[in-house]
Design a protein around this ligand. Structure first.
Ligand code: SF4
Ligand code: SF4
Length: 608
């Protein structure tokens, strides 16, 4: 087969996985990696592949399932975003020592910028920390090609291999050649080897030494050696680049007519950096410019930095994406070429990001502010689309997955130490609750921390594209799975007060929150499950309430309370009329705004 198809980077990665015999694919959703697993599932179905694909409850679990598949001899992969690798860091570091059998690729998509992440951390640095090799594709096509390379490397050296695409690779599109499927028959199964797979500290030292030896060998492995993109050039200056920066650099060198006067190298494997390459680079060139996102991983491996310009010398910014206009300016400074950099286009005016019209989270946040006012409370929250509750003044903290619960407990203990009292409301999404909220809840119960925990249960992982949660009962392939009850979990964690409410029924939900607050003040932790399906999730259409028609009455004086405190995008200021108006295209008819206007100027109307 050899046809070409226009594909997004994540689809290309998925295609590379199935072409190269991946038999177990696991993931926890996180932008920019979320589309990889669904694309694997699409190919699995289209090609009737006997492949196990699943969303896991968090990245650590996803990693461990795929790792087990690998040590049983299969080719496997786990995908996640860069902050997900923090969650999976524990098994990653041990898996590096133990090594693998079947090829094991850890796909960790980085988000320089950052566009949708808490941090713009560089997973190549994590690879260095874990002592595993990392490949850095510059385009969707390369990302697919690197899957084959990663499996080859992983099996040649029996190590997990990190593939690190960045947002621009994951979400860019390119025409991709479809290759044949590699048929791999593997029936070996797991071979018991306790000194390796269940190694105690004495054996870990031996495994660590073995890993160091592998790293030395990988640093001279010809297949992953840097590519000289300017053969035949005899220059005293060299540009060394990797990832998306390499794709931009290639074009800019052409635009500035520098191909004949400056050597350009693309590093495929930033760690371990090839030893011969380092020797050649430092021995041949007088000046070396290193262009890489986001941390100076290549740069820091170049021991003699007297010739090197990069992040550490201040020539290259140490944070943010390296956009083409930045790279053009840096290369022009380095080479002395004149660059006619076009001014960046003016930022488009627009509304700040907001929860969708009719989003049940907006209703929950509004009710929380009503029931347990901000001025006398601390609002901790978490990572998900509901982090946009920040705009509504309903979030004071958002640290990392699961931290809303542990931070709420931390505030409770801190205030108690100081002899002070405050109400504390933690908000967490359903998927995040399963991901990292449960251990924090157990700890809060054991330590008798007192606060209100609102689980924002919209029956999906909304932020990353509506993947199922353990409570959904549907698997990655659309199969029926086991179902976990959030109420059951909360109660078995020892929480006596656990009640469910529909945030669209605002008065009832406010009353429920007040009841929970009283319980938290006098008895202990109270959990409220705010349950209403995400409007973007097509699976849950039949669970929604009938739409309500709303209108703005003549009494509206345009005070702006509803647009500022509630911020439904369907409520628009009408400057000329000094009122607000309903944008009928955006309005979902949730009816929540009927409870928002203090002057009752938003009314329900008969549908025409
Ligand atoms: S609808 Fe009510 S809250 Fe909104 S601007 Fe008019 S009067 Fe103010
Ligand atoms: S009914 Fe009100 S709150 Fe709901 S989407 Fe329409 S304008 Fe927004």
């Amino acid at each position: 087969m050899s046809s070409r198809v226009l594909m997004m980077g994540n689809d290309a990665i998925a295609r590379g996985l199935v072409e190269n015999g991946c038999a177990v694919a696991t993931s926890y959703p996180g932008t920019p990696a979320s589309e990889i697993l669904p694309a694997v599932v699409k190919w699995k179905k289209e090609l009737s592949l006997p492949l196990h694909a699943q969303w896991a409850v968090n990245e650590k679990i996803a990693f461990e399932i795929a790792f087990a598949g690998s040590i049983a001899g299969l080719r496997t992969m786990v995908s996640m975003k860069q902050v997900g690798l923090n969650v999976a860091a524990d098994p990653l570091l041990s898996a590096a020592y133990m090594g693998v059998k079947g090829g094991f690729i850890v796909i960790c998509a980085d988000d320089p910028g950052p566009h949708s992440s808490q941090t713009e951390q560089d997973s190549r640095l994590m690879a260095m920390f874990a002592k595993v090799p990392v490949l850095d594709p510059s385009t969707p096509r390369e990302a697919k090609e690197f899957i084959a390379l990663a499996y080859e490397l992983s099996e040649a050296f029996e190590v997990p291999v990190l593939l690190r695409p960045t947002t621009r690779v994951c979400h860019a599109s390119q025409d991709i050649a479809l290759g044949d499927l590699l048929r791999i028959e593997r029936n070996g199964g797991f071979r018991k080897e306790p000194t390796r797979w269940a190694a105690t500290p004495k054996f870990r030292l031996l495994l660590h030494r073995g890993l160091n030896d592998k790293l030395k060998a990988m640093a001279v492995y010809p297949q992953t050696a840097p590519r000289l993109l300017s053969p035949g050039v005899t220059a005293k200056k060299a540009v060394v680049t990797s990832g998306v920066a390499a794709a931009h650099t290639k074009e800019i060198m052409d635009d500035l007519h520098l191909r004949d006067s400056c050597a350009v190298y693309q590093v495929l494997q930033p760690y371990p950096l090839h030893t011969d390459f380092m020797r050649t680079l430092l021995g041949t060139y007088d000046e070396i410019l290193v262009l890489e996102e986001t941390t100076g991983v290549i740069e820091m491996q170049l021991a003699d930095r007297s010739k090197v310009r990069g992040k550490m010398s201040g020539a290259v910014p140490e944070a943010g994406e390296l956009l083409p206009e930045h790279i053009e300016r840096i290369i022009a400074d380095f080479t002395g070429a004149s660059a006619e950099t076009a001014a960046p286009p003016p930022a488009a005016a627009g509304r700040r990001p907001s929860l969708c019209p009719g989003c049940p989270h907006r209703a929950s946040f509004f009710a929380i502010k009503k029931a347990i006012p901000h001025s006398r409370s601390i609002y901790t929250s978490d990572i998900g689309c509901y982090t946009l509750g920040l705009n509504l003044g309903a979030i004071d903290t958002a640290l990392c997955m699961g931290a809303s619960v542990s931070q709420a407990a931390g505030f409770y203990h801190a205030y108690r130490q100081m002899g002070k009292e405050t109400d504390i409301v933690a908000t967490i999404g359903d998927s995040t609750f399963f991901h990292a909220g449960i251990p924090a809840l157990i700890d809060a119960v054991v330590q008798d921390a007192r606060f209100v925990l609102v689980v924002l249960d919209n029956s999906t992982t909304a932020m990353t594209g509506n993947q199922p949660t353990p409570a959904t009962g549907i698997g990655a392939c659309g199969d029926v799975t086991g179902k976990i009850s959030i109420e059951g979990l909360v109660k078995s964690c020892g929480v006596a007060f656990c009640k469910e409410g529909n945030p669209y029924r605002v008065p009832h939900f406010v009353a429920l929150l007040k009841e929970a607050r009283e319980h938290s003040r006098t008895h202990g932790l109270a959990v409220v499950i705010a349950r209403y399906p995400c409007l973007m999730d097509k699976r849950s259409k039949e669970e929604r309430l009938p739409a309500v028609a709303v209108a703005i009455s003549e009494e509206c004086d345009g005070c702006g309370y509803c647009t500022k405190e509630f911020e439904c995008p369907a409520l628009e200021p009408d400057e000329a009329a000094k009122k607000v108006r309903i944008n009928r295209i955006l309005c979902t008819g949730c009816g929540v705004c009927l409870h928002v206007c203090p002057k009752r100027s938003i009314e329900g109307v008969e549908r025409a």
